[in-house]
Design a protein around this ligand. Sequence first.
Ligand SMILES: [Zn+2]
Length: 88
Amino acid sequence: MEKPNEIEFEGKTYSRNEFALRGSLPNCDICVRNTRARYDAKYMGGSWAFMCRNHFKCSGAKLGLGLGQLLITYNELKEISKDEKDNS
Ligand SMILES: [Zn+2]
């Protein structure tokens, strides 16, 4: 499946540089318990980590080229594309 230029996910629009496609979601690198990560982003001055929503928020990480990406699975992308077709 090709990467679209833009997606809408949970009511927000993400441009191509703000999301990445994966087969499945990894675990958050920061959580002690295994929590699903939703972002791959830079934090604390330069290291990259998989982050859950909470850690993304409190780390102050941002989305964009060289900054961080929202992680979307191929299955989610399929659902998103289907929704868009239904709406038009
Ligand atoms: Zn976490």
